[in-house]
Design a protein around this ligand. Structure first.
Ligand code: SF4
Length: 73
């Protein structure tokens, strides 16, 4: 399976914090209160998501009010 990389289209983020609250392992808010993905504080907004966590990230994507958490194509 190809590596899945998750990122946030920050222009569309509503700063609701839902992703960072529910899945802090992969989402954090930046200094402008916009979400970004990470892995252990690295791979900022370019996070490789291991297969076992793809569903958890997808669930957050599906709930994001800005529809701005995306898989890199
Ligand atoms: S859930 Fe979506 S809109 Fe809310 S903070 Fe995360 S990326 Fe932004």
């Amino acid at each position: 399976m190809a590596t899945k990389i998750a990122y946030v289209e920050k222009d569309d983020c509503t700063s609701c914090n839902m992703c960072a609250d529910n899945l802090p392992k992969y989402f954090q808010m930046d200094d402008d209160d916009l979400s970004e993905t990470h892995v252990n504080g690295e791979q900022i907004n370019n996070a490789e998501i291991p297969d076992e966590d793809v569903k958890a990230v997808q669930d957050v994507m599906d709930e994001c009010p800005g529809e701005c958490i995306l898989w890199k194509k």
